[in-house]
Write a new protein. Structure first.
Length: 115
C-alpha cells in the first residue's frame, strides 16, 4: 500500500503550487508525515516534516520561508504549499511518513519550474 501525491504540474519561476497527499488511517495515525523530492540525477531529499498533531514543522534551510507543510487528520491528508518556486525545485515530489517507510513510497507527482 502506497501514499499517493497529487497536484504537481508546470509553473513559472516565482509561482506557487499546492501538493496534496492522502493516506490510509493506518499509515497516517500517530505518525509524523513528510514531503520528499528527487530531481533528475539526484538523490531523494527531505523537503518538509510535520508532527502528528501539527505542532511541529521542520524544513531544510533551502526551503524555509517558501514551503509550508500542513495536515488534516480528519481527512488523513497532508499538504505542501509551495511559493516563490525556483528552477532547482523541479523534481518528483513524494509524501511518506517521517521518518519514511520504504513500503509507502508511491509514484510521486512531478513539479516542473520553468524560466
Amino acid at each position: 500500500v502506497q501514499l499517493q501525491a497529487s497536484g504537481g504540474g508546470m509553473v513559472q519561476a516565482g509561482g506557487s503550487l499546492r501538493l496534496s497527499c492522502t493516506a490510509s488511517r493506518r499509515m497516517f495515525w500517530n505518525n509524523g508525515m513528510g514531503w520528499f523530492r528527487q530531481g533528475l540525477g539526484r538523490e531523494r531529499e527531505f523537503v518538509a516534516g510535520i508532527s502528528f498533531n501539527g505542532g511541529r514543522t521542520v524544513y531544510p534551510d533551502s526551503i524555509k520561508g517558501r514551503f509550508t507543510i500542513s495536515r488534516d487528520n480528519a481527512k488523513t491528508a497532508v499538504y505542501l504549499q509551495m511559493k516563490s518556486l525556483k528552477l532547482e525545485d523541479t523534481a518528483v515530489y513524494y509524501c511518506n511518513t517521517d521518518p519514511p517507510r520504504g513500503e509507502y513510497w508511491g509514484k510521486g507527482t512531478l513539479v516542473t519550474v520553468s524560466s
